[in-house]
Design a binder for this molecule. Structure first.
Ligand code: PLP
Length: 484
C-alpha cells in the first residue's frame, strides 16, 4: 500500500473511532468522569494501530469530550461540549433513529403486549422466596465452586451435569415415585426451555399442540413461538377430557398438569389417565406432563406423576425448581422416554439448553444432603398455615356466594365468579391497588371462557399475608358490588 493510501486509511479509521466514542458519550453510554482504557489497550482490543487510537483520542481531547489527567489516564470530560456544538459548531450528529427497523412478527407483538404485573403480591405460581434457606444455598454454592472442573465449563454439557442427574433420579424415586435413569433426564433453563425442547422433538411447525382449558397460558405462548397451532382440551372436575379436544390437528403434543391441574387444582382421574394414554397412542402424540408444584403435597396416587405408573413410560415428565426453590434459579428438567433420551440429549445440546454448571453442582449437593427435603417439609407446613388463615379470612368477608377453592398444598386458590360477572374489570381494579391476582378467563384460549380470580396467597410471607390479605379481600368485595 502506498504511503498516501495508508495515511488516508488511518485517517478514516481515526475518524470512525472518534465518531463512535463521541456518540457513546453523547448517548450516555460513557458517562462524564469515566476512565477510558489506555491507547495501548484500546489498540489491542480493537486491532487498530496505536497511532490511530492516539489520533482519535487527541481529536476528542481538542473538542473537549475527553480530558487527560497527567499520570492517571484519559477520562470523559465532566463538562461536555454538547451545548456549544448544538449551537452550530458543525459536528455530525449520529442519527438517533435508525434508517429502518425490521418488521416485528405478529406473535412477537402479541407476546410483547401481554400483561406483565410489576408486583408479585398474590401472583399465582410464585413462591415466597423469603422462606428459602439462602444461607444453606450459599454454602452449597461455595462447596460446589471447589468441585467445579474446567471440563464442566465448556460446551457439550447438553442434558446437564451427571452429578445433578444422578441426584435428581434418587429424588424423583423417593419423592415422586418415578423410576428413571440419569440418562433419561435433561436439565434445562426452565419449563419454557423444556417445552420448547418437546415442541422441537415431537412436532413440525404448523402441527397442532393441545393445552388444558383453563391452563398455563405461558405454555400456549411457548408452543406458538415454536410455530405450532395450539388447541384446547376442556377441563372438568375429573381433569382434562380427551374426547373434547379441539383446534389442534394433527395434534403431536399434549401439555397437561395431571397431579394438580393448573389453575383449578384437581387431580386427573384414573379413568381419564387411561383415556389419555389411549388417545396419545392413537395419535402418536407426546404426552407432556408438568409436575410444577405437586411436591408441596397432596394425598393419593392421582397426585403422583403418570410417568411413574406402570403404563407411563412413554410420558414426558417436566419438573422445575422454580417453586420448590426459587424462580431466579432457572433450572428445570425433562424426563424423556428411555428410548428417545439419547436423541433428546443431542437436540438439547444443539439448542444449548443446559443451565449453569456451578448452580447445577450446588443443586446436586442440595438434593443429596437432604436440604431440599427439609425445605419442602417446612414449605408444606407454612403453605398449609397460609391456606388455612387466608381461607378463613375469605370465608368471613366474601361468604359462601363466592367460595375460594384450593388445597393446602397449592400456592394459589381459585374463586369462580357468579354467572354474568366478568373477571377482567375486577383484576384491573386489583392491579391498580398493587395486587397481581390473575383472571381465570386469561387462562382460557377459547370461548366459552370461565371467569374467576386466581389468587396466589403462597407468594407472600405470613406477615405480608396478614397485612395485605384484608386489603385484597376488601377491594374484591367493593369490586363485586360495583362492577365496572
Ligand atoms: C404450570 C406451571 N408450570 C411451570 C412453571 C414454572 O416454570 P419455570 O420452570 O419456567 O419457572 C409455572 C410457573 O408459574 C407454572 O405455573
Amino acid at each position: 500500500m502506498s504511503k498516501t493510501c495508508s495515511a488516508a486509511r488511518r485517517q478514516t479509521l481515526t475518524d470512525a473511532l472518534a465518531r463512535r466514542l463521541r456518540s457513546s458519550i453523547r448517548r450516555g453510554a460513557l458517562a462524564p468522569g469515566t476512565r477510558l482504557p489506555s491507547s495501548r489497550e484500546y489498540s489491542q482490543t480493537l486491532g487498530l494501530g496505536r497511532n490511530t487510537v492516539t489520533a482519535a483520542f487527541d481529536k476528542l481531547l481538542q473538542e473537549g469530550w475527553l480530558v487527560a489527567r497527567h499520570g492517571s489516564g484519559t477520562y470523559v470530560a465532566s463538562c461536555l461540549p454538547e451545548p456549544l456544538l448544538r449551537r452550530g459548531r458543525g459536528l455530525q450528529v449520529e442519527p438517533a433513529v435508525p434508517a429502518f427497523l425490521p418488521a416485528l412478527s405478529r406473535r412477537g407483538v402479541q407476546i410483547a403486549a401481554m400483561d406483565h404485573p410489576l408486583t408479585t403480591a398474590f401472583a399465582p405460581g410464585v413462591p415466597d422466596v423469603s422462606e428459602f434457606p439462602f444461607g444453606d444455598w450459599k454454602d452449597a454454592l461455595q462447596r460446589a465452586s471447589r468441585r467445579l472442573m474446567p471440563r464442566m465449563l465448556s460446551y457439550g454439557q447438553g442434558g446437564g451435569l451427571a452429578a445433578l442427574r444422578e441426584a435428581l433420579c434418587e429424588h424423583l424415586a423417593v419423592s415422586r415415585g418415578v423410576v428413571c435413569e440419569p440418562g433419561d433426564i435433561i436439565i434445562t433453563g426452565g419449563t419454557t426451555d423444556s417445552l420448547l425442547l418437546c415442541a422441537t422433538l415431537f412436532a413440525e411447525p404448523g402441527d397442532g399442540a393441545v393445552i388444558e382449558q383453563p391452563g398455563y397460558a405461558q405454555a400456549a405462548t411457548v408452543l406458538r413461538s415454536a410455530g405450532l397451532n395450539v388447541g384446547i382440551a376442556p377441563v372438568d372436575e375429573q381433569g382434562l377430557d380427551p374426547t373434547r379436544i379441539r383446534g389442534a390437528s394433527p395434534a403431536r403434543l399434549l401439555y397437561f398438569t395431571p397431579c394438580r391441574q393448573y389453575p383449578l387444582g384437581q387431580a386427573l382421574s384414573p379413568a381419564r389417565r387411561v383415556a389419555l394414554l389411549d388417545w396419545a397412542q392413537r395419535q402418536s402424540a407426546a404426552l407432556v406432563e408438568d409436575d410444577y408444584d405437586s411436591e408441596f403435597g397432596g394425598v393419593g396416587t392421582t397426585r403422583l406423576p403418570m410417568r411413574g405408573a406402570p403404563d407411563g413410560e412413554s410420558v414426558v415428565l417436566l419438573g422445575s425448581f422454580s417453586k420448590i426453590m426459587f424462580p431466579g434459579l432457572r433450572i428445570a428438567y425433562a424426563v424423556m422416554p428411555h428410548a428417545l433420551a439419547p436423541q433428546a440429549q443431542r437436540v438439547a445440546a444443539r439448542l444449548f439448553m443446559a443451565a449453569r454448571p456451578w448452580e447445577q453442582l450446588a443443586l446436586a449437593e442440595f438434593l443429596h444432603s437432604g436440604r431440599l427435603r427439609q425445605h419442602l417439609l417446612r414449605m408444606r407446613a407454612s403453605l398449609a398455615r397460609k391456606h388455612a388463615w387466608f381461607s378463613q379470612l375469605w370465608q368471613q368477608e366474601l361468604g359462601d356466594a363466592f367460595p375460594l377453592e384450593g388445597d393446602a398444598g397449592a400456592l394459589h386458590g381459585v374463586a369462580l365468579l357468579p354467572p354474568g360477572l366478568l373477571d377482567q374489570p375486577l383484576v384491573q381494579r386489583l392491579r391498580e391497588a398493587g395486587f397481581a391476582a390473575e383472571a381465570l378467563s386469561s387462562m382460557c384460549l377459547e370461548r366459552p371462557r370461565r371467569h374467576g380470580l386466581v389468587i396466589g396467597h403462597g407468594s407472600l410471607s405470613m406477615g405480608e399475608l396478614k397485612r395485605l390479605g384484608p386489603r385484597l379481600v376488601r377491594e374484591i368485595a367493593l369490586g363485586l358490588r360495583k362492577p365496572r
